[in-house]
Design a protein around this ligand. Structure first.
Ligand code: V47
Ligand code: SF4
Length: 379
């Protein structure tokens, strides 16, 4: 019986799209020009079939989630990204929060006896939260709970703390790794292209700096993720430029685990006049990312940002990971207007959400080692 991708190849009249579908079937990489054709000319069902083909070739029905929580040390930030709904400028810091090391260790202690596997630590860039502050934090978390994977600090936070401590990227990362840091989250990437980055996030580390930090992390044996903030003032060409830089670096290091497209949300920020992307555009973004980033093992839909039902739908468009239980521990997206105002899902809810999409739920750890393999049950 012909597969869906064979049907697409047979039935597509547009010769460029037909050739792209054939390439995907033959396991060949698509070019930047072909990626642009997908963004401009392909309908959602077309990219959906291609992305699902790639996803099922890599993972079958397997769909990952983890048991995690976030710590956001502060929302005080020296930078002023236009899309950020969360930060309070250092000058207005009385409107923000700043957690002490003891308060953060107490948050970790609150999970004693619970089968959580990851803490994700990111926040604003506070001038008083320095390299030594975060080194001590990581050491204390690790000594309290050695089995908890610490995924912490965007390249933006790292760039600022290393420069302040007069450390090279390699020295700074090595010190944090020695303290117990195990991987880097993908935040702060936004859009690398300077034409857009200067307009929305002009005062923080540039695209080359972000990539250099992740490359160095990979060289030191730390895995990392990569994000892209899409659906605002960028054009398709900027998205492709961003993904090309990630694909090139991944060819070199193989250190990225997951790509996470982040839908721009427009509440309570300086870009509230920018209309949000539609659900069709969101699903197209996931599908094209899955097709183009052929060397990224995983594609994640971050449900607190996208909403749980849309995250469920994305499982038909290339996504094979929906992040974790979260336990209402992050404010970045609720403050930016996400429908998930108190993001928490139990393991049972995550399993059921994945099963309803006829996929197989797998609890993973941060590095995608499988912890619990569930059956696909009829619902
Ligand atoms: O870099 C901020 C984004 C990111 C808005 O690695 C916004 O597993 C949309 O990187 N609309 C931080 N996005 C979060 C992040 C992340 C999230 C989940 C998992 C992982 C991972 C990483 O949040 C920032 C920025 O791109 N962001 N404001 C907004 N209004
Ligand atoms: Fe600061 Fe991050 Fe918000 Fe930019 S996105 S203002 S770096 S907290």
């Amino acid at each position: 019986m012909a597969s869906n991708i064979d049907f697409i190849i047979e039935s597509t009249k547009n010769s460029s799209l037909k050739a792209i579908a054939q390439k995907v079937k033959d396991n060949q990489r698509i070019s930047d020009e072909e990626c642009l054709i997908l963004f401009r000319d392909a309908e959602l069902p077309f990219v959906g079939v291609l992305a699902n083909h790639v996803r099922e070739k890599l993972h079958g029905n397997k769909t990952y989630f983890n048991r995690n929580f976030h710590i956001e040390p502060t929302n005080v930030c020296v930078f002023s990204c236009k899309f950020c709904s969360y930060s309070r400028l250092y000058a207005n810091k009385e409107e923000g929060w700043e957690l002490s090391i003891d308060q953060m260790v107490d948050i970790v202690k609150g999970y004693d006896g619970k089968p959580i596997t990851e803490v994700h630590i990111v926040g604003g860039v506070h001038p008083k939260m320095t390299m030594s502050y975060f080194t001590e934090l990581i050491q204390k978390i690790k000594s309290h709970r050695p089995d908890l994977h610490i995924k912490a600090f965007t390249a933006v936070e790292l760039d600022y703390m290393f420069k302040k401590a007069k450390l090279s990227v390699s020295e700074g990362l090595q010190q944090l790794k020695d303290a117990g840091l195990q991987s880097l989250p993908g935040g702060g990437a936004e859009i690398f292209h300077p034409e857009i980055r200067e307009k929305i996030a002009g005062d923080k580390v540039d695209g080359a700096g972000w990539l250099q930090i992740h490359e160095t992390a990979h060289q030191l044996g730390l895995y990392s993720n990569a994000t892209m903030l899409y659906g605002h003032i960028e054009k398709f060409e900027h998205r492709i430029d961003h993904m090309k830089k990630l694909r090139d670096l991944q060819d070199k290091t193989k250190g990225f685990n997951t790509f996470i497209p982040l839908k721009f949300r427009n509440a309570n920020n300086d870009m509230s006049n920018v209309t949000e992307s539609t659900l069709v555009e969101d699903m197209k973004m996931y599908a094209i990312a899955r097709i183009y980033l052929d060397n990224f093992p995983h594609l994640k839909a971050y449900w607190p940002m996208l909403g749980r039902q849309n995250a469920q739908m994305s499982l038909s468009f290339g996504v094979n990971d929906i992040d974790g239980t979260i336990d209402d521990s992050t404010k970045i997206y609720s403050m930016a207007g996400s429908e998930e105002q108190t993001p928490t899902m139990t393991t049972e809810e995550l399993v059921s959400l994945i099963r309803q999409a006829k996929r197989q739920p797998i609890e993973r750890d941060t590095l995608y080692n499988e912890i619990t393999i569930y059956n696909i049950l009829e619902v």
